[in-house]
Design a protein around this ligand. Structure first.
Ligand code: ZN
Length: 489
């Protein structure tokens, strides 16, 4: 599955507990500092570009934040790197950059670049200080880059999403946000405020971070950025609700009772489609009373005439996905979870057929498996749905069937990522308009497995396969409660 051709946005990765494991054991006196770290989430850099939006973990060295330069460039173009002793040679499209471990300066296409701090080489992985990206990347990419260093957000090219906020009537009060591109923030309410967190979108600050509306009930809103996200907090004397416009570009904030009554929001805010309240992010209600036959439907992607990626001269993706699918079924069954392999032989099956089968089986979760020779480790995808194609009357839109289950799917992807990471396999969570994820009614994810290093044959190594599929199965067991109850064997 070539993923660079997709429009990709990141979804939150839950990795905050990871460092504790490394710290607890060696020295008892470290326990105190380890406990302090419990509450601190790992830092990450959010990257927004025309090609992809994604998130990368940051590491702290010498009191600074560092990021892997190869991982940063990977979604943006053709990139490779090679360590030669203390020297690290990077190729990006037709450019060459040379870095030297411990050196503040680098050569980009023969010209010197100042990194502001030492370049680090760890296990052949080149790390650059985050603070250097604002000057280093324009040289590599040949275009403007804006680094918001305090909030770990990086904007490549003209990708920023702007917004306006205005009051549409004050009795009842109704606050309408207009965005220049579709957004899908997470929404939380607490007494006195409603908070929207934009983790995936390049939302940027208005001229002033504090907005005032002259309303007694919704006096103000504030904009802030931190740890890779933009946050909008609306202050109010009343409990609030957010309604999303059908085009994804409008969000209307109104007192909960008013929004619930479904009154007309006015021409500026056709508040239709999903209405989010703090408790509404739950699994979709069952559509039909038929009993569930399998808890997990495992889909070996490709098959028959569709070979998928040619991984090597002897290895085709369709064969690798089938072996992984059978291994995952085995791991699930050994944990008491009923699983079906959707394509259990080398046959043709269209993506529409796969979705129809998965929906008919009413699986608690659908997992599509892919394999790739590019990148390292595992990528976990949840759907990225098109805007403006929502349900029509009683009919579910085929292209957005996933909508009601998306938050559960995203949570499942994060849980699987945590398990993969525990096994020291590189992992990334992404959202992509991948079929048939969009067409699945229940929770659905796609898992793409690449080798840990550069040896593609590792994909056929039983110990690697089991390392990945046992992590998946363990995550499914942990998710059982959220995915809809006890599996029936
Ligand atoms: Zn594939």
């Amino acid at each position: 599955m070539p993923w660079t051709s997709l429009s990709i946005v990141r979804i939150p990765n839950r990795r905050r507990w990871r460092r504790v494991r490394h710290l607890l054991l060696p020295f008892a006196w470290l326990l105190v500092s380890a406990l302090c770290l419990f509450s601190a989430p790992d830092k990450h850099l959010s990257v927004y570009s025309v090609a992809a939006n994604y998130s990368l973990p940051l590491v702290q060295r010498d009191g600074r934040d560092y990021v892997g330069l190869l991982e940063l460039l990977e979604p943006l173009g053709r990139v490779s790197a090679k360590a030669e002793g203390a020297r690290w040679r990077l190729r990006y499209n037709n450019l060459e950059a040379i870095f030297q471990a411990g050196n503040n300066r680098a050569q980009v296409n023969g010209r010197e670049a100042d990194l502001g701090a030492r370049f680090l080489l760890e296990n052949q992985r080149g790390l650059v200080p985050v603070g250097s990206l604002g000057s280093l990347l324009p040289r590599l990419l040949g275009g403007p880059v804006a680094l918001h260093e305090d909030s770990d957000r990086l904007f490549i090219g003209s990708v920023a999403t702007h917004f306006t906020a205005s009051l549409a009537g004050d009795n009842p009060p109704r606050l309408v946000f207009h965005f220049t591109a579709p957004v899908n923030p997470s929404v939380a309410t607490e007494p006195g405020s409603l908070r929207m967190t934009f983790s995936r979108e390049p939302v940027v600050s208005p001229a002033s971070p504090t907005l005032t509306f002259g309303s007694k009930n919704i006096p103000s809103a504030t904009y802030s950025e931190r740890n890779g996200a933009a946050v909008l907090v609306v202050n109010s004397t009343l409990p609030l609700m957010a309604s999303f416009g059908a085009d994804g570009r409008t969000i209307t904030i109104a007192p909960a009772a008013v929004a619930g009554a479904g009154q007309n929001a006015g021409p500026a805010a056709a508040a239709t489609g999903q209405t989010l309240s703090p408790s509404s992010a739950a699994a979709p209600a069952p559509l039909s009373p038929e009993p569930r036959r399998y808890f997990v439907v495992v889909d070996a992607s490709h098959g028959g005439d569709d070979h998928g990626e040619t991984l090597s001269s002897t290895l085709m993706e369709k064969d690798v996905t089938l072996v992984f699918a059978r291994s995952l079924r085995q791991e699930l069954q050994s944990r008491g979870i009923a699983a079906l392999v959707l394509r259990d032989s080398d046959t043709n099956l269209s993506v529409d057929q796969r979705a129809v089968f998965a929906n008919a089986d009413r699986a608690a979760i659908y997992i599509a498996l892919h394999a790739s020779s590019s990148g390292h480790g595992v990528r976990i995808f949840s759907a990225l749905l098109p805007y403006g194609e929502d349900d029509q009357g009683p009919f579910r839109s085929w292209t957005t069937a996933q909508r009601g289950a998306l938050s559960v799917s995203q949570n499942a992807a994060a849980t699987v990522a945590t398990e993969i990471e525990k096994r020291q396999i590189p992992v990334r969570t992404l959202a992509a308009p991948l079929r048939p994820l969009n067409n699945i009614l229940g929770p659905a994810i796609a898992v793409e497995v690449a080798p840990q290093g550069s040896d593609v044959s590792q994909l056929m190594a039983p110990d690697y396969q089991q390392l990945v599929t046992s992590a998946l199965a363990t995550a499914i067991v942990a998710l059982r409660g959220q995915l809809g109850g006890i599996p029936n064997q």
